[in-house]
Write a protein that binds this ligand. Structure first.
Ligand SMILES: [Zn+2]
Length: 382
């Protein structure tokens, strides 16, 4: 039986990174090893394996002002009590949804304002140089499609820029939803305006932001201890409101709103959710197949800014390993199961057979591009 491809956070300890090759322990060494990785000949046993598939995680967005889930020790760093909402909880609990949308309401302004960083632009350049077959990202911040709209990109865990109705499947832009939340929650809207006023959302420095009382998580929400979440209101799906859908047994659902248009707890449908794969939610089978195809169509894989803590991402690297693809990992700190990815690499590897470095992607990748361009000029000149 096939295991479900589920988004589950892994909270176990991570091994310290073992740098491969050994001289990749400095930025210069890492750039050389990565250059060798990208320019190595296509593995002979992979007839279709042209190019490298990139698998990215929260670490690549840190330089855009979004915090990583984990620090270098593999622990949750933002807030020890932070726990992401699970899909079943979101579906079954009005209270949980109020809390989710309140936090999302505060976090959205910051996320919407944030922009791709030099690492995303380096991914675009790697694509233009012909080294990338496709990009798989675990991030829901839309930075990859913004930075390189022409490079095939699969958003494994969906995206925050849209909402989807869990009952009728209609989609809505998050930006407009934000305005509706603002109208339904004037006190929260004033609080948000105040936070923007004091600049708590302006700084990209997590310490300064914390001092001003705000924490933004990678899923674009903000945590406020003791906030009155139960007062928060959110709208119903307009399509379900107009025409409540039928259940599988043929009975009609009920969709009711209050005088202002907020979803009423007497409703049995019309629930909107972010178009992300929540924790505990299965990845749709078409996305799962597309991710596997992206692995199978590539000759090598480079993980950027991910500790592979989610099973769905770790499994893709395991699949690449089973196909005999060279693996690269560029991530600050350990990655789940990384020892098994590199254990069969013999001495004399210069990065062509595998590379493991613990550096900042936004610093290393632009320099890698420079190096690859100068190598290219060298080939043309020679
Ligand atoms: Zn609907």
């Amino acid at each position: 039986m096939q295991k479900p491809f589920m988004r589950i956070p892994y909270t176990g300890p991570l091994p310290p990174p073992i740098i491969i090759p050994r001289n990749a322990n400095t930025p210069t060494g890492a750039i050389h090893a990565l250059s060798n990785f990208f320019t190595a000949p296509k593995p002979a046993h992979l007839p279709n394996g042209h190019g490298t598939v990139l698998l990215t995680g929260a670490g690549i967005s840190v330089a855009s002002g979004l915090a990583d889930y984990r620090g270098t020790a593999g622990t949750y760093t933002l807030n020890k009590t932070y726990r992401p909402i699970y899909y079943n909880e979101f579906l079954s609990s009005h209270e949980a949804r109020k809390r989710y949308w309140a936090r999302s309401f505060l976090g959205w302004t910051n996320l919407n304002k944030a922009r791709p960083n030099s690492a995303h632009h380096a991914v675009r350049d790697l694509g233009e140089l012909g080294f990338v077959s496709s990009v798989i990202t675990q991030n829901v911040d839309s930075f990859h499609p913004i930075a390189h709209p022409d490079l095939p990109t699969l958003e494994l865990h969906g995206y925050l820029r849209s909402l989807v109705c869990v009952n009728c499947g209609h989609g809505y832009p998050r930006r407009e939803f934000q305005q509706k939340l603002s109208k339904l929650n004037p006190a929260w809207a004033s609080f948000l305006a105040e936070m923007l006023e004091v600049g708590a959302l302006d700084t990209e420095n997590p310490d300064e932001r914390r001092e001003k009382g705000l924490k933004t998580n990678p899923d674009g929400d903000v945590d406020l201890p003791d906030a009155p979440y139960s007062t928060f209101r959110y709208p119903a799906c307009p399509v379900c409101l107009e025409d409540p859908p039928l259940l599988a047994d043929g009975t009609r659902t009920l969709v009711e709103i209050d005088n202002d248009g907020a979803w009423s707890s007497t409703s049995t449908a019309g629930v909107l959710k972010p178009a992300v794969i929540m924790f505990g939610e299965s990845i749709p089978s078409d996305v799962k197949s597309a991710a596997e195809k992206a692995i199978d169509d590539a000759g090598r894989i480079l993980v950027i800014g991910s500790s592979l803590a989610t099973y769905s991402a770790w499994r893709l690297v395991k699949r690449a390993k089973e196909r005999g693809m060279p693996i690269g990992v560029l991530n600050l700190g350990g990655a789940r199961g990384e020892e098994s990815f590199f254990q069969d690499i013999g001495a004399g590897n210069d990065g062509s057979l595998g590379v493991r470095c613990s550096e900042n992607a936004d610093k290393i990748l632009p320099q890698l591009i420079e190096n690859l361009r100068s190598m290219h000029r060298g080939w043309e000149g020679g």
